[in-house]
Design a protein around this ligand. Structure first.
Ligand SMILES: C[C@H](O)[C@H](O)[C@H]1CNC2=NC(N)=NC(=O)C2=N1
Length: 195
């Protein structure tokens, strides 16, 4: 029996401002998660249930309803241990929804492995190391770690993926969101012509 999923979209702009509507859970997210419905799939259901809605109206051209994401705050969540046997890599479709919630990060596919990636230019080599120290504190607190690159003395790139499953899990998006919250503006080189 398909469970009915009630979505709360009270704080989204029009045309999704309808307070709530019902859509079948399976028809809404089944394609996002592929065939497996392990623990990580349920976590994704929870994420999507909290943060993804479907427009109450159909697109006049395509006839399809569209997904929309609310402002769920990934940085308030905690990473789970990566050695949970139920943990599975998420589908590209699910990653494409969650990537909209981590400003500045890109979804990349490296050798068949989906990863999150973001780069910054620092004021100096030493500021780059200071940046890594701040990131390391967050990673250690979460028990989930990024790949850190510091090249050409002040160019930093961070990649995040879940090594234990060879792909992306919610942990990676939580860590990216927490890195975005670090106060490191003072370490960054000002953009040319920027303020
Ligand atoms: C027990 C646990 O799986 C490992 O200690 C953690 C450490 N940090 C980790 N970080 C990342 N990105 N992926 C992992 O699989 C991972 N595993």
């Amino acid at each position: 029996m398909s469970r009915i999923l009630r979505l709360q979209l009270s704080h989204l702009p029009n045309p999704f401002s309808k307070p709530k509507f019902q859509v079948p859970l399976t028809s809404l997210f089944h394609g996002l998660l592929g065939r497996h419905h392990g623990r990580s799939s349920f976590r994704i259901f929870e994420i999507l249930q909290d943060n993804v809605g479907v427009s109450p109206t159909r697109n006049p051209v395509s006839g399809f309803r569209t997904f929309c994401t609310s402002k769920g705050d990934l940085s308030a969540k905690k990473c789970v241990p990566c050695n949970l046997k139920e943990l599975r890599p998420m589908t590209k479709e699910a990653a494409n929804i969650l990537i909209t919630k981590v400003d500045g990060w890109n979804l990349v596919n490296e050798g068949g492995v989906l990863k999150l990636k973001r780069s910054w230019t620092l004021k100096s080599f030493v500021k780059g190391l200071e940046f890594f120290k701040l990131v390391a504190e967050v990673a250690e607190a979460e028990g989930h770690h990024p790949d850190l690159h510091l090249v050409e003395w002040n160019n930093v790139t961070i990649e995040i993926w879940t090594h234990a499953v060879g792909g992306l899990t919610e942990n990676d998006f939580i860590l990216a969101a927490k890195i975005n919250n670090i106060q490191f503006q003072h370490l960054l080189r000002r953009k040319v012509g920027g303020s």
